[in-house]
Design a protein around this ligand. Structure first.
Ligand code: EPU
Length: 441
């Protein structure tokens, strides 16, 4: 996973062609690792990707006494027999730039009666508050004390099932409720829950552990608390966000990439848009081949949304391909308030993208507007040329890679380390696909 340096020099203008593999999803594997804290016996997680977010969670679990071994490639055994309180300085040091520590709250409250959460990181793509999480934990009976260096939680009377309605179908807050409710006393009713495939996979894990979780229509989830849970054995769902990123790379560079492990069912909304833009794909048993069939790409109007809508994580890589489409595309970002920073670098490379910070109010919309929403208007096609750019966040960073690979000439990209948070072995994969690049220094 380690990179030779934080700066990469890419000579673009060559299609990416070849076959790569995606394994377990970052946004499932890390949560599944946290779920192991709930078991009385060890858990086995398979297809764990070699990414730095997994290492952050591994570090956090270790300092809380979970013994972790890797008997085979991508396999982790997580033994929670001796869960213990960690010192806050240690937690802070391990939290790094991840938001996952917040999901330790429920499991640690069950196991130890207290939890400490440091200041949270994660990509700077908006405010990323934690109010839904804290309100839900309070509803279970937790006492939340904010201090200058983080949040201390206790549950002197234990955690009890609760009626919770999320103001927005937040992925993290839904996971928080699930990881807390499974061992809480009584029944929890969660309304307006997120239903992303990674959440369904987490529910499958919890069911394997002995939990009773019913997913009802209309984003309602009922959880009947049980007294204890066992460990699980589970193969993580594949990373559909990584698959979509490589698909966008194939389209932007006029390439042809077979993404082993990509699953049609989890990518249906993406595939519809990919087809509308002019990309083609063949679904195989072991993956999906994404390619540019020649001819002109077409513009689209899309709105990011919660599942089953168009994922916010897909828009950044796709925007690079849209700079090559003939006409004007619009991307409404409805999930985060600040996920278009990456477009500045694209404009430096010759793209014509205008970001409307307050959204476009008059355009007919499927997804209701959120107050902070932004829209990007992309006019193409614009040839891209090399530039010196700096990666702002995980998905934006991957977009920069794609832009540099699409551009004629040389680009220097700094801060590429962020990409290793969520893209397993991306350097080796780029080499396999014929990209022309070197690490600086
Ligand atoms: N929100 C609040 N209060 C909260 C929690 C969320 O206002 O307490 C708001 C957020 O600010 C945002 C919206 O709700 O506007 C949605 O946030 P959500 O909680 O759904 O996101 P998350 O759990 O923090 C996960 C993924 C993100 C992905 C989103 C949306 C992980 C570790 N992260 O974030 O992935 O974009 O769901 O699907 O699972 C990425 O992989 O690059 C990434 C950012």
């Amino acid at each position: 996973m380690g990179l030779k340096s934080d700066e990469i020099v890419i000579r673009g203008g060559k299609p990416l062609i070849g076959r790569i593999e995606v394994r377990g999803a970052k946004n499932l594997a890390t949560k599944a690792m946290v779920a192991s804290l709930l078991g009385d016996t060890p858990s086995i997680l398979k297809d764990v990707p070699d990414i730095s977010d997994v290492n952050v969670v591994r570090g956090l679990l270790s300092i809380h006494g979970v013994r972790i071994t890797d008997p085979a490639r991508g396999e982790l055994i997580l033994d929670p027999s001796n869960v213990e309180t960690a010192h806050f300085a240690e937690i802070d040091a391990h939290a790094g730039s991840s938001r996952i520590p917040i999901l330790f709250c429920g499991p640690l409250l069950h196991r130890l009666g207290e939890a400490f959460i440091p200041d949270l990181g994660g990509c700077r793509i908006g405010d990323r508050p934690i109010d839904f999480h804290m309100d839900a934990l309070r509803a279970f009976g937790a006492i939340v004390d904010k201090s200058y260096n983080g949040i201390h939680l206790t549950a002197p009377n234990g955690l009890k099932g609760a009626n919770i309605e999320l103001p927005y179908p937040s992925v993290g807050a839904t996971e928080q409720v699930l990881l807390t409710a499974v061992l809480a006393e009584g029944v929890t009713e969660l309304r307006n829950a997120a239903i992303e495939p990674e959440i369904m996979d987490l529910i499958a894990i919890l069911q394997k552990m002995g939990a009773i979780v019913n997913v009802e229509p209309n984003r309602v989830i009922f959880i009947e608390g049980v007294k204890s849970l066992n460990g699980y054995t589970h193969r993580a769902i594949n990373d559909r966000n990584e698959a979509a990123s490589w698909a966008a790379a194939a389209l932007a560079t006029k390439g042809d990439i077979f993404v082993e492990g990509a699953k049609q069912q989890d990518l249906m909304t993406f595939l519809n848009v990919f087809r509308k833009v002019g990309g083609e794909f063949d679904v195989h048993e072991d993956g999906i081949r994404f390619y540019h069939p020649g001819g002109e790409l077409k513009p689209v109007v899309i709105e990011t949304d919660v599942h089953p809508g168009f994922m916010t994580d897909w828009q950044q890589p796709l925007v690079v391909a849209l700079t090559q489409a003939h006409g004007t595309s619009i991307v409404h970002e409805t999930v985060y308030e600040n996920r278009f920073q990456f477009t500045e670098a694209l404009n430096d490379m010759g793209a014509k993208i205008v970001v409307h910070k307050d959204g476009l109010k008059d355009v007919q919309r499927r997804v209701a507007r959120r107050d902070f929403e932004q829209a990007a208007v992309i006019t193409g096609p614009t040839p891209l040329h090399g530039a010196d750019i700096r990666v702002p966040d995980l998905r934006g960073g991957f977009s920069h890679l794609i832009a540099a690979l699409t551009a004629e000439g040389e680009s220097k990209i700094t801060n590429v380390g962020i990409i290793a948070r969520g893209y397993e072995h991306f350097v080796a994969k780029l080499r396999k696909l014929g990209a022309d690049f070197d690490f600086a220094g």
